[in-house]
Design a protein around this ligand. Sequence first.
Ligand code: PHE
Length: 463
Amino acid sequence: MKRHSFNSSIGFVLAAAGSAVGLGNIWRFPYLAAKDGGGLFLVIYLILALTFGFTLLTTEVAIGRKTKQSPLTAYSTLKKGWGGLGIIACIVPMMILPYYCVIGGWVMKYAVSFIAGDWTQTATDGYFTSFITADTEPIVYGVIFLALTCIIIYQGVNKGIEAFSKVLMPILLILVVGIAVFSLTLGHTDGGETRTGLQGLRVLLIPRLSGMGFSDILVVLMDAMGQLFYSLSIAMGIMVAYGSYVKDDDNLMKSINQIEIFDTGVAVLAGVMIIPAVYVFMGEEGMSSSGPGLMFISIPKVFQAMGPIGHFIGIMFFLMVLFAALTSSMSILEAIVSSFMDHYKISRRRATVIEFFIALFFAVLVCLGYNKLYFEVKLPNGVTAQILDIMDYVSNNILMPVVAISTCILIGWVLTPDTVIDEVTRNGAKFGRKKLYIVMIRFVAPVMLFILFLQSFGIFSFL
Ligand code: PHE
């Protein structure tokens, strides 16, 4: 079977950016920035993106292009005996896909409510909880989202991933910029106090250092690193799979820089979109919820407070989030499908259908976790969890750091950093930041990842 490749480097950049830009950019980045000292978080995040993020992203894409293999088979192709790493790198997306589709289904439900005109309901107390604990609706929406993802991946690298990313990503960018600009023009008076969008922007941009001790700065550093890691879709096989479709004569360095700029740009714009809006209508306390609480409870209240225009902005917002989630779930599924194809030598269609049924089973389980199978457990990092949170914790906090640390050891020590450097420069392209790369992959990245890993077991309780 001939391996397909992306038709153009912009096709690759948009597909990879589509993977990177997801729910993390929209519901986690703005919250962390508001919580972690505004501009201070931004500066630390940018420095990490240019060093740590750049190192891991380059490594994974280069491994993919060099081996022309999926995550499951790439590591053993690179070095005999390292197949175990490939297996974990393939289990991670298999674990993430089902719950990512369930959340994608929630987004779809909100988009449908806004488009159908019954959007004001979404702002009522208890709406979100009663929706996700319902018997059938969350399953139906989750399955539709999963099916949509499968239909796109079924079409293949060019007609599926590349074609959809080329349409969805520019639309997404226009929507984010539009809503961000609108957000800055907002103003609202309550209790005699007027708050404006521009004041809200200061919460995001101005570094707040006062009262911060060493351990607070460490918290910011760890938050920024965890966020970056998740945001760039690293350590779950995705960038290896996408890298395997990049043509040998493409300039990897240039594409990687563009992917990082896209991902970070959208994260900052999401901040400009969300923080001023929440600040204007809810004050600084409004930013205290992250994740589902921010997106599905606070934001609909903000749209309602805007009055009739909130309906229109809400439609734009949830469509944008839907596109962001869809291009991410496409990439998760592709990491799995390409692995099945390469390892079991089966067709794309068969691989997609098999994974559809596996993900379907677990997605239903995740939905039942909010009603028939409801329970509460306390995770080592302090979160009270249901099935969705457990899958998220095991994949993000345990398996992903294991994959990333092992990759650093494989490239930095077992092989040599030249494995990646040679791949990047094979067509005469320049490898800027080469020294930095070597120091990062051998020393800094594995140590930082290890600290992040220990932190998720609650070992550094002061953090
Ligand atoms: N990188 C995506 C984000 O920032 C999340 C994601 C997770 C994408 C898992 C693919 C797989 O939201």
